[in-house]
Design a protein around this ligand. Sequence first.
Ligand code: EPZ
Length: 421
Amino acid sequence: MINNDRMLIQGGRPLIGEITVSGGKNTSVAVIPATLLCEEPCTIENLPDIEDVRELIGILETLGVKVEYVPGQYLRVDPKGADGYRVPYSLTHRMRASYYLLGGLLGRGCRAEVAYPGGCEIGSRPIDQHIKGFTALGAEIEDRGGYIYAKANRLIGADVFFDMVTVGGTINVMLAAVKAEGSTVIYNAAKEPHIVDLANFLNSMGAQVKGAGTGVIRIRGKQRLHGTSYTVIPDQIETGTLMIAAAATRGDVTVRGCIPTHMESLTAKLLEMGVRVGEDGDSIRVSPLGEQRAVNIKTQAYPGFPTDLQQPITALLCGANGNSMVTETIFEQRFKHLDELRRMGARIKLMERTVLIEGVRELYGAPVVVTDLRAGAALVVAGLMAKGITEIHGTSYIDRGYEHIEDKLRALGADIHREPI
Ligand code: EPZ
């Protein structure tokens, strides 16, 4: 859905108070297709009320799954008898995670026809490793006319060695392998928190997935999985975005309902900058300490610094004292926020994959355009820091991944609202 609105932020107010983080986007978009792997009802709680979740639920319905969705409460799906296996372009072009339908449908019925996914334009984003994994499990894959056709008589467990760490590839192979005959071992697997959460979800359906969270995942396939009730983990990237926004406004914010160990790479960088970060159970408090220092950051697969926070922290570093370097190693074009930050007075240069940032005393509001989800988060952070009014266009990208972001920020004292264009 394209929004016909703009977000207006009057910056310069410190964020103060407590806020509860929503359920994880990147977990939810894996768990929803995973419900296709059984023939019994599944109930999922703590899903964020975001566009990506709503679109995936819509796709399940077109495949014949019975759905009851109460946003903010629960999703109940009954996949019994669902016999669809084709997902057209009209349903996949806006979201990356639609590729998980390939793994889900292959695992369910050994057949899938899924149009190439869309999603944020942050680099070339091939899916050759997903295909290599499915092929190893015995599927025949044809890539024709914008669709991926995947078919197998039966799936047979195999060793899958990824050429690079891929979150999507790891998830997709897990989805297919839990229903394959025999054992699958995924080497060089991604270790992100949502990989562990998906494994926990699958195991709650009776699957046998071991080693999730390490580089080697071992799966013993099961002919049948059963229904389950599950609560997804909190969103690591929303938590990080709120922490960064707190630091950017020199505010004092406690983010509740998060998992502090998932945040260690960000916490370490904020501490290095001179921001105070305290942890207490499932809360993290970010508060000011004094001058914020420039730091250098390189994005990496988990537990390294997440690429999904590269753009928001770049906005924060625009106001730090000194010169920072932020190197993006995962997605080669995740820099489309830079031109917009420049309009707001940021002094930044891009050299290959490294952003050179010279901290400035203040940013100022300007009309800016969002080009991808985390660019949107970066511009919101910049808007909160800036003097004057920032006018953000292209808000639909933000709504794909952040639940009611302006309500949450307003609750912390931000002056932020939307209005129709
Ligand atoms: C997932 O994307 C997330 N998306 C991204 O979140 C996140 O930025 C990314 O993982 C890295 O953490 C979802 O979970 C839906 P990858 P994904 O496969 O799976 C290359 C956000 O903002 N690669 O780990 O697409 C690829 O080009 C989004 O929430 C291949 O070459 O990422 C990239 O350079 C955006 N061939 C690297 O690997 C493949 O077959 C890592 O990509 C697969 C990937």
